[in-house]
Design a protein around this ligand. Structure first.
Ligand SMILES: *Cc1c(COP(=O)(O)O)cnc(C)c1O
Length: 403
């Protein structure tokens, strides 16, 4: 018999209960991996009747997914108050791409916050141009400037909060209000905080984008993305994504579901360790700035405190002067931090970053930091002992000083 899940549960409980329909899991806890292209019908009449039913959770053909994908999509929808449904994609990048293609048409203009994830920026500029859609970048700190930049051709705005690498916080309610006043569709890449850290749809966003590759997967072994949308946009998003042949692998969805169940405790650990590391780094003379909105006193902390209930252990440090060779010496001296792209796994990562290459209108370093300090290292704080990570970074800073 199916358990009755109470309605008034918190996000951490939802991470455990979400998407676990008994007709998909059977007597076991996790839904099996339903690998399927063909779904079989009872008879021709059922097959012909089935053609008329096109909705989530109905067997039809593998291209519309099966119970493993539906369980993950359901779990993500249940985590986002105000959501009507979730579409899944084979990479995180495919999520903003498909959301934008569902919303925009030839002749439209897209406004993109200048500190967005760089492949999203590249897609907007280079691929959308070929479809007759123009892109304009804006500084999300300047709400009045954003409102003034909206034209009669503007159709949608793509936000990311905090910004990629530079981690500036913007005022999402103020930006969505300005966007809605002119009838714009609001898309937000919410990968950093995720649905347990920031309730995107409740703050006026129409389509909330996640790279599940990061802390939902959580173990650096899966590529996956999702878009969760409100009732106004979900049907169109679903129609467009299926039309464009988008579906995620059931094996990858099973890994993401497994990751989702423990995401709450992993994020708690990553955040508390990241705060310890960030506080320590903030006191070091080699470091000019710690860009990490959860850290009291850091840029954007007030907005984070006002709008967010969580975050993750991704931060960027700006070194005090010197050059890229010294920055690379720091990264290379680290023994516990791997050097590699992505983040959100159990293991810590460090990466020399060049945000200035992916900005059109925003300054690097961010305002308030002396421009002599510009060499940045992005840090993902994993699940190791924070004291071990701090000792590792101390070795890195010594190598930076010696370089
Ligand atoms: C990593 C990332 C993506 C893309 O995810 P992939 O799975 O690597 O394609 C999109 N947005 C943000 C903010 C990311 O950090």
């Amino acid at each position: 018999m199916a358990k009755k899940i109470p309605a008034d549960i918190g996000p951490a409980t939802r991470l455990v209960t979400g998407g676990r329909r008994p007709e998909w899991t059977g007597p076991v806890v996790n839904p099996p991996v339903w690998r399927a292209s063909t779904h079989l019908y009872e008879d021709s009449a059922a097959q012909q009747a089935g053609l008329k039913v096109n909705q989530d959770g109905v067997f039809h053909y593998g291209a519309r997914g099966g119970p493993t994908q539906w369980a993950l999509a359901d779990a993500l929808t249940e985590l986002e108050p105000g959501a009507a449904g979730t579409m899944l994609y084979p990479t995180g990048l495919a999520a903003p791409v498909m959301a934008l293609l569902a919303v925009l048409k030839a002749g439209d203009e897209l406004l993109v916050s200048d500190n967005s994830y760089d492949p999203s920026r590249t897609f907007a500029v280079k691929a959308l141009r070929g479809y007759g859609i123009t892109t304009r970048f804006f500084d999300p700190h300047d709400v009045d400037g954003f409102a003034a930049a909206i034209s009669d051709r503007s159709r949608a705005v793509l936000l990311e909060n905090p910004g990629s690498v530079s981690l500036e916080m913007c005022d999402i309610p103020a930006l969505t209000q300005a966007a809605k006043a002119r009838g714009l569709v609001v898309l937000l890449d919410n990968t950093w905080a995720g649905p347990t850290g920031f309730q995107a749809l409740k703050h006026g966003v129409d389509l909330s984008i996640l790279a599940l590759t990061k802390h939902v997967g959580g173990h650096s072994d899966v590529m996956l993305g999702s878009v969760t949308a409100n009732a106004e946009w979900y049907p169109r998003l679903r129609r467009h994504s299926l039309m464009l042949g988008q579906q995620a692998s059931p094996d990858d969805c099973a890994l993401a579901l497994r990751g989702l169940r423990t995401m709450g405790v992993r994020l708690e650990r990553s955040c508390s360790s990241a705060l310890k590391v960030a506080e320590w780094l903030q006191g070091r003379p080699e470091v000019a700035a710690v860009l990490f909105p959860m850290l009291p006193g850091a840029p954007g902390h007030d907005l984070w405190k006002r709008d967010f209930s969580g975050g993750c252990g991704l931060m960027t440090i700006v070194m005090a002067g010197k050059d890229t060779a010294a920055r690379d010496a720091l990264v290379d001296a680290l023994g516990l931090f791997g050097i590699g792209y992505s983040w959100g796994g159990f293991e810590s990562l460090a990466l020399g970053s060049h945000p200035e290459r992916d900005r059109d209108v925003m300054p690097w370093p961010p305002r308030g930091i002396d421009p002599a300090n510009r060499h940045a290292v992005r840090l993902w704080i994993g699940l190791e002992e924070p004291q071990d990570l701090i000792a590792d970074l101390e070795r890195g800073l010594a190598a930076w000083s010696a370089a």
